[in-house]
Design a protein around this ligand. Structure first.
Ligand SMILES: Nc1nc2c(ncn2[C@@H]2O[C@H](COP(=O)(O)OP(=O)(O)O)[C@@H](O)[C@H]2O)c(=O)[nH]1
Ligand SMILES: [Mg+2]
Length: 344
């Protein structure tokens, strides 16, 4: 069983890329298993991956690079013996230290090639390079390959300078520009990741030395909010009305997050709405932009489960809870019943 670790800061595009890679390889006949890790007590990515019909194991309520290492080892062993995939794709939480994640696989039985791809968010590069520089340097220090994601949101000259700046953080590392949204760069990535020989040409880092200590460089300080509620609608709603409602809800949640931060927040707010006929997902990682929806709903909707997961750098967990709880309680046209509490 080979292992591909897709690491990167909160909201850098890991789950989106993971879905694109997994679907492509499954179509080619590969057996793929996925592990999703989220720090909050309830996660959204596992729901999103399962909604695509993929085999996924969730590890929540902590980080697999430290507190939940034992859970990761148990999950990997169980997947290997019971499912025996060709490839296990692992998405650590967006605050994990990739070095510590990869060390979990050292000396484990039955692991073939092991590769760490570190995603760097091109659309937020201007923010990340100032506010999350040590996280990115620490991640790149152990990367086999780096990907500059969301290139569709950048001009050609911005791509060029971001590539140069990211490469400068880890001498000798090849940084690969991709857009999972438009598919730009994806063919080269598929080819590279599938054929180890050509992969070497993308990933010319064998001799590169990094002077960054990858663990001490990664110290995340911030707040986590994760909560799941069951919603019964007084009157049935159409999928379009629910989608519009979710966009409004995300705007309100995003505003609440901004209100509890002194500076422009850096983090990721994710929401899943699960109904009997499909699921809808919303993401906000640029808090001054509207949320983006994915997934599909059908039929006439009477009940839904809403799962919210937010993690914000430098935010206080209590402040996050104080700002977000009332918003969730104020979805007034609905009867909300908490099913799982938030966790800090
Ligand atoms: N413009 C653009 N946005 C993307 C792309 N890939 C992901 N995103 C957006 O980035 C946000 C975070 O994506 P996600 O895959 O959940 O990131 P993760 O937190 O690293 O797993 C979502 O709003 C996605 O729609 C891309 O290629 N282009
Ligand atoms: Mg994700």
């Amino acid at each position: 069983m080979d292992v591909l670790i897709l690491a990167g800061f909160l909201g850098s595009g890991k789950t989106t890329l993971l879905l694109a890679l997994a679907k492509r390889w499954i179509a080619e006949g590969k057996r793929i298993a996925i592990i999703e890790n989220e720090v909050g007590a309830v996660g959204v990515d596992g729901i999103r991956v399962a909604a695509e019909g993929l085999a996924v194991r969730e590890i929540v309520a902590g980080c697999i690079c430290c507190t939940l290492t034992g859970d990761l080892i148990a999950a990997v062993n169980e997947i290997r013996t019971s499912f025996s995939p060709d490839l296990l794709i692992l998405e650590p939480s967006g605050v994990a230290s990739p070095r510590q994640v990869v060390e979990v696989f050292d000396g484990m039985d039955g692991i073939g090639s092991r590769l760490i791809a570190v995603l760097v968010d091109g659309a937020r590069w201007h923010l990340l390079k100032n506010k999350a520089a040590s996280f990115i340097r620490g991640s790149l220090a152990v990367a086999d390959v780096a990907l500059l994601t969301k290139t569709d949101a950048l001009s050609p000259s911005a791509i060029h300078s971001a590539l140069a700046e990211v490469t400068a953080l880890r001498h000798g590392l090849s940084v690969y520009p991709v857009s999972a949204r438009t598919g730009a760069g994806m063919e080269e990535l598929f080819a590279g990741l599938t054929a180890p020989a050509s992969y070497r040409s993308i990933c010319a880092v064998d001799d590169a030395k990094s002077d960054v200590d990858p663990i001490s460089a990664i110290r995340f300080r911030g707040g986590v909010y994760a909560r799941s509620i069951d919603i019964s609608l007084g009157e049935a709603m159409s999928p379009e009305a629910v989608a519009n409602w979710l966009l409004d809800a995300m705007e309100a949640l995003g505003r609440a997050i901004r209100a509890c931060c002194d500076i422009e927040p850096l983090g990721h707010l994710k929401t899943a709405l699960q109904t009997e006929d499909g699921s809808l997902f919303a993401n906000l990682e640029r808090f001054d932009h509207p949320a983006r929806l994915t997934g599909t709903l059908a039929g006439s909707i009477r009940t839904m489960r809403m799962t919210v997961n937010a993690i914000v750098q430098e935010a206080d967990a209590h402040a996050l809870r104080q700002h977000l709880d009332p918003v969730i309680s104020h979805f007034t046209c609905m009867t909300c019943q908490p099913v799982q509490g938030y966790r800090i």
